[in-house]
Design a protein. Sequence first.
Length: 195
Amino acid sequence: MNAAAATRNARGVVRITLIVCACAFLFGFAMIPLYRIACEQVLGIKLEDGPVTGRAVAAASVDTSRSVRIQFLASVNSKLPWTFAPEVTRIDVHPGELTEVWFDAANTSDAAIVGNAVPSVAPNTASAFFNKTECFCFTEQLLAAGEARRMPVRFIVDPALPREVTELTLSYTFYENTDATRRVAETVGAPPHAG
């Protein structure tokens, strides 16, 4: 192989490598929108976008002709030394009715810990009809050592919920936000929680 052929081959390898790198970058950049499309359009799973607007609340009309039973579940990741439970485990609501329930959380450790709650609505097909106007899951929750807190969830079940859906389950799992917990510990000069 002569020098000219070797140079052409090297340029080809560099070109292919750059194309592969660019494609990998673009694929990584497109992952979030593709995931959102797959969940919301293909699987029918509503991803959290934050609270519903006041306009949406005002537009909802209460359907008193039927009730939907809502069951509440709460769990904590095994590495998070918190207790977490709903104050009521189930209620019946009318679609379109603004409802408020409370959850209790307590940090049983001797260090401040930041947690994030991850919500889930079942059945998945009904998640698009369950709208939270206020929820502790929208933000990080910082609990000092030994601190206990009541946290509200306000929601509306959309009156457009199919009539065959008569029961929903709202569940939350709390996880430690280790980066935020470390920042809090650095701010107060305490050792971080070793979870």
